[in-house]
Design a protein around this ligand. Sequence first.
Ligand code: XIL
Length: 561
Amino acid sequence: MRKLKVSGYLLWIVVLLLTACAADSWSPVAGSTELLKDASWTCGSGNTTKDGALVIAAGNEFRAYVNIYGPRLITQGDFGVAVTLSAAQENLAAFSLVGRLGTSAWWDQGRKLDVGLEEGQIIVNYYNGASFMPNVTQTFAVDGLSGKVKLELRRVGAEFVVFANGKEIGRMAAVDAFPDGFAYFGASVRPNNALTLYDLTVTAPPENTAVAVDFSGGAAYTPTEPPLRTLADARHLLVGGAVEPQHILCDKTYAEVLGREFNILVTENAFKFWPIHPEPGRYDFTGSDTVVEYAEAHDMRIRGHTLVWHQSTPDWINNATFTQEQWNEVLQEHITTIVSRYKGRVDYWDVVNEAISESGSGGLRKTVWSTGVGADYVDKAFTWAHAADPEALLFYNDYGAEGLNPKSDQVYALVKDMVARGVPIHGVGLQMHVAPGTAPKPEDLLANIQRLGALGLQVHITELDVRLPSNVTESMLTLQANLYQELLEVCLSADNCTAFVMWGFTDRYSWIPGSASGYDHALIFDKAYRPKPAYFALRKALEMKQSLGPEDFGASCNCAP
Ligand code: XIL
């Protein structure tokens, strides 16, 4: 009996020893010791390096940083992430594993797990994306935490095990932070604090070979022939997408696809008032220069979007108490400075964006510009832009005015009047943010383009995207492809429709998930840069020998999914 008891104890000791050995046998995953050396950590992020360590600092606001351009962790089975870090301040500085990106909603930081330091303790926070507060918070008190701390979080079965300076300090139930099977690396840093990362590795137990670090950034692009721009050149059409400078600089695949496929680009945000003219008298051309130089290097035309809009204005404009004379000076200087700088380089300007009112009665929307500068601000904006670059073609751009409807009638009336009075306007931009079922009828779109053509105006499709429900199906992608093709066929069939521009080109960076809740998948390349059915549909439309005529439209199914 006694013997049995002793061997029972022995057995326990053996089991404990084995468990301890097993824990120690976790080792770094191949390539993961190179993680922090990846250039993506500092590209476009404001992060810096100091003595070989990476510093992720917050300014005056909470910083939820995600390295979207860098390596990703493939989160299969049991895995660990080991970091050596320190914080400049006592308040939160944490390392993040981000399972799903947030949208642009202010409260949504995505789905992520933070592991870090706060008030001398170790803290683990889990956010599920539904609130700016963590869903789960657990703190672990550890004596004498200061300076550099070596932290490791391991997922072991249904638990997270937390280690500090080599010792296990606690466990908690593992949360479902990685629904897509991968995680981005990032950080959460409280205002005025800074997180320094000295090393970062991914670890795994010997039996789990599925854990990996993916340095491709999730891109799976294989070029196919012929590129859209080759076909578009043959049809004398400009085909392109909206772009962001930081993606051009930091995402190699993005830059490759963009230059290969398109012969025009438009700046998604870089020319808007807030980024380019953040303070009175101070202009920041960093982003716009990046885009313009990229376009020139790739022989692409450029649409400058946008000189005058009631959104994306900085507070010095929103809260201004200028006299009418001062408002005129401010807007004239803004337009003149920007258009002159890019004279002969930006081919087309969206001079005024979305000036027509939403209300049924129409007329000009009441904005800082219509009240500040005066009811003639649209005319003035075009006149000032024309004076700064007489060769540039100047556009009025709006949404919801694509087919035949009260709003497109308003836009038509506005530009007809401008043409009649000799205001220098050369075209109308039809934004075209649509979904299957909400797009204009092709025959109406054609009629609208043609009536604008009769005024001597060009038309550009300027911001096309076709949003689909987030839980997309194959059949929805087919409907989307049909719609892309139909819209391009309409544009090709009208002589004055000279550019077909989408609001982006890859679902990876589309504004749709952040602006239309429950929608996604709006563009022609997927999040991994694989061409979608919509891409091949555009190719098909461009390859057709002959343009369709009005009689060909009207029979297609622009159905809701
Ligand atoms: C959007 C951008 O895509 C977003 O990144 C930004 O946060 C807000 O503006 N109509 C327009 C564009 O004319 O400028 C808008 O772009 C989308 C709607």
